[in-house]
Design a protein around this ligand. Structure first.
Ligand code: F6P
Length: 492
């Protein structure tokens, strides 16, 4: 039986916890996945296998002879990291063509299907000679890492690595394989974009796991339905079980919490104070905030269009409110992402030109990744907008209310993962309904103090109910149960 408390864990993800520059300097990885796994890796004995994502990473991997080396965690403790170098062309095909945009776009419903995607040799080769190869490289590293360990536990992460479990299973049938998917699982028809062979291979890849985890119950339901619709497998929806090749795969929801204590500690750093001073000096009556990666799924353009509409319909708010948008450029090697950034900048220019005055810029766009600057804004917003079209969890929806000091109102898209937990205390919007978002902005800015307090308190209560340690423990408890041969039970 796998005993996870004592046995070393192997974590596998594309993005690792740290990135090395060519001069050897280290920067911490960003994003929800890295935050979640850093907590896991620093509290258990774990080896974290990740792709070497640039030349600096590759140099560091070679210096370590391709083996794992120790890294100090910012949250205390240390863990071992093994960076895997793949062929450069294969990696580019894997990351910039197949994983992003192909899979990412399918799972966030981003394809404008009357126009794209065309599946040609370019895409198929990106799968065959990119996605598969990088998955194989990581699977080989896993197999090497667990060599000699009996019944090891391997936790694979995200959409980049759907083939890894099967590649490991073939060589280590005794391994306990667990896969957490950090993005939505879209409904079955969205997957029909992919040629059947590729689709089947991806599903068979992920179904080689013992447990597959998602952020929400709704993604879990979609996954089960897909297994039934696309592969005609036997599925127990009540127990969350897929039966395949005489095995059972448990499908579970483990919503990712934030570390409220650590988030608040960051918000109290001296550099945050400097940003706050500046922000408060320039502050109008009201501050609306959004903090996101500049990703198409985040629905940035409709957010600005709604603000445009709000200013037009409520001129009494002109010069009294600023919309601050801190967007971190992302995946700029993927053409769709580059174009999206250009469209964002163009729309901001239009709205600012339409409503701005010589000393008031309605939208303040900050295209950078600066967590301390974001924290300063979190502390003082009146309204926090998270209007993603469809999105995995949206940890920003949890970070804002924990740091905010003004009982700010959260406007939350009903299609974010966080909405399943926070919807009751947020102003819920349909992310495509621009007028509804404009109305929600007005409602938030004119809400009574009592209602703001009630909602903010409700949000804080839910957000602090669980922490990342619970998230890890819930998953490891299921690993132990299933490894011990327990039967799946109704999930209720
Ligand atoms: O699950 C999606 C995710 O891995 C997030 O954790 C993170 O915010 C984002 O994607 C990072 O994407 P990338 O590794 O391509 O920068």
């Amino acid at each position: 039986m796998a005993e996870t408390a004592q046995q070393p864990l192997v974590l596998v993800s594309n993005r690792g916890p740290v990135t090395f520059d060519t001069d050897g300097s280290i920067s911490r990885g960003t994003g929800g996945l890295v935050t979640a796994l850093t907590g896991l890796a620093s509290h258990r004995r774990a080896t974290w296998i990740a792709s070497a994502m640039g030349r600096g990473d590759a140099d560091r991997a070679r210096a370590a002879g391709g083996r794992a080396f120790s890294v100090d965690s910012p949250s205390g403790g240390s863990y071992d990291v093994r960076l895997v170098v793949s062929d450069e062309v294969a990696y580019e095909r894997f990351y910039s063509i197949f994983a992003n945009p192909m899979l990412w776009f399918i799972q966030h419903y981003l394809w404008d299907q009357s126009n794209a995607p065309d599946i040609r040799s370019h895409e198929v080769e990106a799968y065959e000679y990119g996605y598969k190869l990088v998955n194989q490289d990581l699977a080989d590293a896993v197999v090497e890492e667990i060599d000699g360990a009996s019944e090891p536990v391997v936790m694979v992460h995200d959409y980049h690595l759907y083939l890894v479990p099967q590649m490991v299973r073939e060589r280590r049938p005794d391994a306990f394989l667990h896969h957490f998917v950090h993005i939505p699982w879209s409904q079955s028809d969205s997957w029909r974009v992919l040629p059947t062979k590729i689709r089947d291979e991806l599903y068979r890849g992920i179904l080689a796991n013992d447990i597959v985890g998602f952020h929400t119950r709704s993604y879990r339901r979609n996954f089960l339905q897909c297994c039934e619709d696309l592969l005609e497998l036997e599925v127990d929806h009540d127990q969350g079980v897929v039966r395949i090749d005489d095995r059972e795969v448990w499908v579970r929801a483990y919503p990712l919490p934030i570390d409220a204590k650590a988030t608040r500690a960051v918000s109290r750093r001296a550099r945050v104070r400097e940003f706050e001073d500046e922000l408060l000096r320039r502050r109008r009556d009201f501050l609306i905030l959004r903090v996101d990666r500049a990703d198409l799924s985040k629905n940035v353009l409709r957010g600005f269009s709604a603000f445009d509409l709000f200013l037009e319909q409520h001129p009494e708010f002109r010069e009294r409110v600023t919309f601050m948008a801190q967007l971190m450029p992302s995946r700029t090697d993927v053409p769709e992402y580059r174009e999206y950034l250009e469209r964002i900048e163009a729309l901001v220019a239009v709205v600012n030109h339409r409503h701005g005055t010589p000393d008031w810029m309605p939208i303040q766009l900050k295209l950078r990744d600066d967590v301390e600057e974001a924290m300063a804004a979190y502390r003082h917003y009146d309204v926090h907008i998270v209007n993603a079209m469809f999105d995995g969890m949206n940890l920003v929806a949890k970070e804002g209310p924990i740091v905010n000091e003004r009982d700010g109102v959260s406007i939350l898209s009903e299609n974010t993962g966080a909405h399943e937990e926070l919807g009751e205390f947020a102003l819920t919007v349909n992310p495509f309904d621009v007028q509804a978002l404009a109305n929600a902005i007005h409602r938030a800015l004119t809400m009574s103090v009592e209602e703001r307090e009630h909602r903010a308190e409700g949000l804080r209560g839910i957000i602090t109910l669980r922490d990342p340690g619970d998230w890890i423990d819930e998953q490891l408890a299921d690993v132990r149960r299933k490894a011990a041969g327990a039967a799946a039970v109704d999930l209720g």
